[in-house]
Design a protein around this ligand. Structure first.
Ligand SMILES: Nc1ncnc2c1ncn2[C@@H]1O[C@H](COP(=O)(O)OP(=O)(O)O)[C@@H](O)[C@H]1O
Ligand SMILES: O=C(O)C1=C[C@@H](OP(=O)(O)O)[C@@H](O)[C@H](O)C1
Ligand SMILES: [Mg+2]
Length: 186
């Protein structure tokens, strides 16, 4: 992570990564309010910039185009400090993206079992990758492909059977500890 001196002693960003339905967006919002930081969701930022929804972007230009928009968001589409950033689940799967977010702040990954993910995402058609005949099979396949990226986070946390408040409190302690360490290492 960039030094606190370079970032002007400002609060480093915290990036929440992990599979769809692990809680990045909901937990990120609660955490930002606890830590008095700005909340940014990469999906919402992209939708706002493009003026259309993620399903529309996938349908009209395809997943590869959406991944380019995610890359642009990471590289120059958000502030470099003071933010809790909920990343779309596939954002870290492109080459160089994990290093790019690690160079900009702390990274925590949320995990959940495929069954939990299925129940948390069922009834919501906003995730085009899960609009398939057998979403559970798709979740297992994508998870296996993506695990190597998710495991590179500074903190990995299993969220099954944990309330959102428990997850938020754990992440709050992680952020406070790690951001203090970064400050002390100056
Ligand atoms: N720890 C949790 N326990 C129960 N439900 C959760 C938990 N974390 C998230 N959820 C629910 O799961 C759904 C998906 O959460 P969301 O924040 O959109 O995930 P993501 O951004 O990772 O795709 C939401 O309805 C949210 O309220
Ligand atoms: O895992 C993915 O590839 C995706 C995750 C989604 O975000 P969430 O992880 O917030 O659901 C969204 O970016 C898009 O539907 C693609
Ligand atoms: Mg989300």
């Amino acid at each position: 992570m960039r030094s606190m001196v370079e970032s002007g002693q400002k609060k480093p960003n915290l990036y929440l990564i992990g599979f769809m339905g692990t809680g990045k967006s909901s937990i990120g919002r609660g955490l930002a309010s606890r830590l008095d930081m700005t909340f940014i969701d990469s999906d919402h930022a992209i939708e706002e910039n493009e003026g259309r929804s993620i399903p529309d972007i996938f349908a009209s230009e395809g997943e590869a185009h959406f991944r380019k928009l995610e890359k642009a968001f990471v590289e120059n589409g958000h502030p470099d400090h003071g933010c809790i950033v909920a990343c779309g689940g596939g954002l870290v799967t492109q080459p160089g993206m994990i290093d790019a977010i690690k160079s900009r702040g702390l990274v925590a990954c949320l995990f959940a079992k495929p069954e939990t993910i299925l129940s948390r995402t069922a009834g919501n058609r906003n995730r085009p990758l899960l609009n398939v005949d057998n979403p559970e099979e798709k979740i297992r396949k994508l998870m296996a492909e993506r695990e190597k990226f998710y495991l590179q986070a500074g903190l990995c946390m299993i969220t099954d059977h944990r309330s959102m408040l428990e997850v938020i409190s754990h992440l709050e302690r992680y952020y406070q500890r790690e951001s203090k360490k970064a400050k002390r290492s100056e």
